[in-house]
Design a protein around this ligand. Structure first.
Ligand code: H2U
Ligand code: ZN
Length: 346
């Protein structure tokens, strides 16, 4: 029988169909490599130089309103543009390209420059969830938009440009690669079982309970069996919904609570503002029936051993497939052991 604790083995990511190599025997190796600087944690409530603080001037000269909750604007350096015409380029199947049309937005989560999601009030996080829903609805009304990516980069280590709590939304005319992969997996499972892939996966995980981190009325946060990043988690809605528009008031409150609890647990692991890239995956829009899709959210945090040692996805990971040392089960146990009160409020 395969021993998850002692034997090198591979696991399958059922959302992408890809493999990940797990080497549990290797987690005790010494580390003499790069150590990241710890970002200074104390910031003022208002920073006159911040492009997200209320009333401040952005790079393009626009003045932010004196907003009270959250605030959205079109990214001044958008990676995608709405007025591109659709063109296809193909030279003998060897040089292939096509124009991508889209809209990129930035969302400031709160006027407070000094906070992060885990330090925000539950009601303030709920306001962000409401805004995500509102933005998704508005963007999906444009029939050329096929996919809407809601995400957050947190921490300088993840390339985040500003510590003011914020996220982004990119809406575009085609399906990005990760969505195409999940599309295939969701479809295949739904056709074979007439149930969503994540409904069945969630039921199995709840029964096993060894990878569960947060479990409330409407959501579960768990370390997926196939996690590649050390403390990677997956937030799944218990109800099979295809996108954020289907969430009721009660579910939105629970999502806010789930995000708060999960990110507090993250910060408490190394008593640091835990960096990550996180984002929702949901059904494409304006693409017909999407019943196979199941809303979920990925958290990909890079930290491994301490606030300053991160996991590098290099070498074998770049050339072959992801690899990890600590097991998903161990990561879940560490997350479960954390308190649900933020270390700064103790
Ligand atoms: P990060 O979430 O990775 O920090 O990116 C923030 C975005 O904010 C980035 O895409 C935009 C950048 O283009 N931005 C503005 O739209 N206006 C500004 O004045 C500065 C940054
Ligand atoms: Zn600010």
């Amino acid at each position: 029988m395969l021993s998850f604790l002692d034997q090198p083995h591979s696991r399958v990511n059922i959302l992408t169909g890809e493999k990940i190599l797990v080497s549990p025997h290797r987690s005790k190796r010494p580390w003499q490599g790069q150590v990241e600087d710890i970002a200074t944690d104390s910031r003022p409530e208002y920073d006159p130089k911040c492009y997200l603080c209320p009333g401040n001037v952005r790079a393009d000269g626009t003045v932010n309103p004196k907003y009270k909750d959250s605030f959205v604007f079109v990214n001044d350096f958008s990676a995608l543009l709405e007025d591109s015409s659709l063109e296809i380029h193909n030279e003998g199947g060897l040089l292939q390209a096509e124009t991508e049309k889209g809209i990129c937005k930035v969302i400031s989560f709160t006027p407070r420059h000094d906070l992060t999601l885990p330090e925000m009030e539950e009601s303030a996080i709920k306001a962000v969830v409401d805004l995500w829903q509102k933005e998704f609805k508005e963007l999906a009304q444009k029939d050329w938009i096929k996919y809407i990516q809601i995400f957050e980069n947190k921490g300088a280590i993840m390339g985040c440009s500003n510590p003011h709590p914020h996220g982004q939304i990119w809406a575009q005319s085609s399906l990005p690669v990760e969505i195409q992969k999940e599309n295939v997996q969701f479809d295949r499972y739904f056709k074979a079982h007439n149930k969503s892939l994540l409904s069945d996966y969630l039921a199995l995980e709840l029964q096993k309970s060894e990878r569960i981190v947060v479990d409330n009325t409407h959501f579960v946060a768990l370390v997926p069996f196939w996690a590649a990043w050390p403390y990677e988690t997956l937030v799944v809605s218990k109800r099979h919904v295809t996108n954020i528009l289907e969430f009721t008031e009660e579910e939105k409150w629970d999502l806010a609570r789930t995000l708060q609890e999960l990110t507090i647990r993250y910060d408490n692991i190394f008593k640091t503002s835990f960096p990550y890239s996180a984002g929702m995956h949901q059904a494409p829009v304006n693409e017909g029936d999407q019943s196979a899709w199941h809303w979920h959210m990925h958290f990909y945090p890079p930290l491994l051993r301490s606030a300053t040692v991160k996991k590098f996805m290099v070498g074998y990971e770049m050339l072959a497939n992801p690899q990890r040392d600590i097991t998903a089960e161990y990561a879940a146990e560490v997350l479960r052991k954390q308190e649900t009160i933020h270390y700064k409020n103790k």
